[in-house]
Write a protein that binds this ligand. Structure first.
Ligand code: KIV
Length: 271
């Protein structure tokens, strides 16, 4: 829902029609009003208020520290800027793994307090009961399989997941379970392209890939990464569409120079 209470143009059903038509889905992250407004105006299909906010907004090493209140603050800012795109919000670490009641309470808080359209959570069979309970409350759920950053301490590394037969088989099994439970889409992160393509062909809900190749139904990137603002992060799957980090540094240096040399402000810039 938008801030006016009307349904946004991109709905979960529309994403499923896009999959049926073979139209690819474009998704990016946003954490604030201004970025959401620009993304929405550019025609993005889905805006993810990702818990990657913990990394790019707050400077944490992992996504674990961000809280539900902080995610709700980011989500509120984004939904004010998004009139068209579907807005999906991550349930942060520790707000749904305890039990399905805790998961439902967290999802309800996000939906009630932020005007978002859907929530996303990480994991397969182990969180199935929570997924089902959230769906029973009428809240659309996006799943997230493959590299699930909230489990980084279990994995011990951010390298490609599901290269081995057993992990690949579990991922396929989990994707089917989440589809049967009623998830409207899944993110699949950093797995071999052939595996992601196989999942996309076996399930009827959209598969949005990140580092999962081109055989899926859509792509997602962290906006700060693809804009070149987080310059120190350059995995193989990341394409930089701009070098805004350099542009910003140049603009800041120019401003500092102008202030010091008294070239800013000039007569036209004063009252
Ligand atoms: O938090 C996030 O930004 C995500 C994407 C990487 C899919 O979950």
């Amino acid at each position: 829902m938008s801030t006016e209470g009307t349904v946004r143009a991109v709905t979960t059903l529309r994403l499923q029609e896009m999959k049926r038509r073979g139209e690819k889905i474009a998704m990016l992250t946003a954490y604030d009003y201004s970025m959401a407004k620009i993304l929405d105006g550019a025609g993005i299909d889905v805006i993810l208020v990702g818990d990657s906010a913990a990394n790019v907004m707050a400077g944490y090493e992992t996504t674990l520290p961000i809280t539900l209140d902080q995610m709700i603050y980011h989500a509120q800012s984004v939904t004010r800027g998004a009139k068209r795109a579907l807005v999906v919000v991550d349930l942060p670490f520790g707000t749904y793994q305890g039990n399905s009641k805790q998961a439902l309470d967290s999802a309800i808080r996000i939906m009630k307090e932020s005007q978002a359209d859907a929530i996303k959570l990480e994991g397969g069979e182990e969180i199935l009961e929570s997924v089902q309970r959230i769906l029973c409350a009428g809240i659309p759920v996006m799943g997230h399989l493959g590299l699930t950053p909230q489990s980084i301490h279990k994995f011990g590394t951010y390298t490609v997941r599901a290269k081995e037969e057993a992990e690949a088989a579990k991922l396929i099994h989990d994707a089917h379970l989440l589809e049967e439970a009623g998830c409207f889409a899944l993110v699949i992160e950093k797995v071999p392209a052939a595996l992601a393509a196989r999942v996309a062909s076996e399930v009827n809900i959209p598969i949005i890939g990140i580092g999962a190749g081109s055989g899926v139904d859509g792509q997602v990137l962290v906006s700060y990464d693809m804009l070149g603002i987080t310059g120190d992060f350059s995995p193989r799957f990341l394409r930089r569409y701009a070098e805004l980090g350099n542009e910003m540094r140049n603009a800041f240096s120019h401003y500092i120079e102008d202030v010091k040399s008294q070239h800013f402000p000039n007569e036209k810039e004063e009252y």
